[in-house]
Design a binder for this molecule. Structure first.
Ligand SMILES: C[S@@+](CC[C@H](N)C(=O)[O-])C[C@H]1O[C@@H](n2cnc3c(N)ncnc32)[C@H](O)[C@@H]1O
Length: 184
């Protein structure tokens, strides 16, 4: 399925459009501080960071602030509504270091070894993002010393072992609920 078909798929739209309200809700913000969570990913100023499945941008604006003017955040989602929503937020915050793109994360079209850090925040496990295809693509776009940061919903405890078992990443640490891996 190409990006256009995936973005228009009924299942994805049915699932995520109502979820959009929850993603940016005040309750979520009270329960989960996005900046503190992102600090667990050890984002450094000046880095080039890929955020997979940015949704309504809960993590996007604080991530852009951590990266600073010299860095670059590629915020990616497959749903047009979310891409538009995040683009508006980025414009109103006058952030010049964010590129919001509509793309399937399984086939990003990004250059090989062009990214310092990938953020998989609240996006796995999900049928449209099978690890068997997502991890090789993330490995391809990451620089040799690049890192993968994964924030999971509490029910996804088996994911960290699956990432290690892929043989593509080694475990570094868990900080503020974020699992960090280095590209092998
Ligand atoms: C549960 S939401 C999480 C959004 C955001 N990371 C957050 O925590 O608020 C998952 C997001 O992944 C996106 N997504 C699902 N499959 C995708 C794919 N193959 N490529 C890019 N984005 C995808 C969905 O459209 C949705 O916005």
């Amino acid at each position: 399925m190409n990006t256009e078909d995936l973005g228009n798929s009924k299942i994805l739209n049915l699932l995520f459009k109502p979820a959009g309200m929850m993603m940016g809700s005040r309750l979520r913000r009270r329960l989960l501080d996005p900046l503190k969570t992102l600090q667990g990913a050890d984002i450094q100023p000046g880095q080039t960071v890929l955020e997979v499945g940015c949704g309504t941008g809960f993590f996007t604006i604080p991530a852009a602030q951590l990266i600073g003017d010299q860095g670059c955040l590629v915020a990616m989602d497959v749903l047009s509504d979310y891409v538009e929503c995040v683009s508006k937020k980025v414009q109103s915050a006058d952030l010049r270091n964010v590129h919001v793109i509509k793309r399937d994360a399984l086939d990003t079209g990004l250059d090989a070894e062009s990214i310092d850090k990938v953020l998989l925040f609240g996006v796995i496990p999900f049928p449209a993002l099978p690890l068997s295809r997502l991890l090789p693509e993330m490995h391809r776009v990451l620089r040799p010393q690049g890192t993968l940061a994964v924030w999971l919903f509490p029910i996804s405890g088996w994911i960290p072992k699956s990432i290690i078992r892929s043989g593509l990443f080694t475990y570094i640490s868990k900080r503020n609920g974020v699992h960090n891996y280095r590209r092998c």
